[in-house]
Design a protein around this ligand. Sequence first.
Ligand code: IOA
Ligand code: ZN
Length: 260
Amino acid sequence: TCSHKNRYASLHPLWQSPITIPGGSRQSPINIQWRDSVYDPHLKPLEIRYDPASCLHMWNNGYCFLVEFEDSTDKSFITGGPLENNYRLKQFHFHWGAINDWGSEHTVDCKVFPAELHLVHWNSCKYSSFEEAVMEDNGLAVIGVFLKIGAFHSGLQELVEVLPSIKHKDMLVEFDEFDPSCLLPSCPDYWTYAGSLTTPPLTESVTWIIKKKPVEVDEDQLEMFRMLLFTSLGEEEKKMVDNFRPLQPLMDRMVRSSFP
Ligand SMILES: NS(=O)(=O)c1ccc(C(=O)NCc2cc(F)ccc2F)cc1
Ligand SMILES: [Zn+2]
């Protein structure tokens, strides 16, 4: 197991006692041990079709900030990869740390990244809404992308400059014409495994697709994430940082890779 350095010391109340759900056998996040992952030559390339016009708004939900999409039709969806059906984009959000030494939910060979992007999709072939799909074991597909400190990211900057307008919990701002594929690495390689939501209700309905290559953002951009607050206007201010769940046991699961 990875040494649980003090990155869990000052966790959000949600995780003071790492919640393990009774009988949970496929919880997320996990450490991906590269050498234990199994190359699956039958895995197809992931197909990503996002329509920037389906972007609705960005808001602070008191745990992270998220950009939500219009999901009444298959305007923005993914298919292929480990997926049997089309999965419609619902929202994307991030998890990050108080400092650049930690922040991601998943780790690779125990390496922690300063932040992690999650693009959340639901199986629109089998279910009629996100809320329905979230209860089913093939209901959701989440693409995870690691962020590392490096070059300035011009696509991310469009999000960063809106953050001051959603500083407090429940603030929302209209947001349109954003194509989240600009946040993905160009390398097609990924790992995939069966897991769960990483926040309550922690339902075990997620096919995780974790991109092998991180994307680079500069430290001022990541610092802007840390100006957000968990708290509502008028409450005692608590900086929105360390909004990641502790690592969960792999148990009887295999992690497959799309690359040899
Ligand atoms: N970090 S993650 O990518 O694993 C993740 C993705 C989505 C959600 C979510 O939608 N929660 C709210 C929510 C949950 C439900 F189960 C039903 C409705 C609903 F809005 C939680 C965690
Ligand atoms: Zn997430």
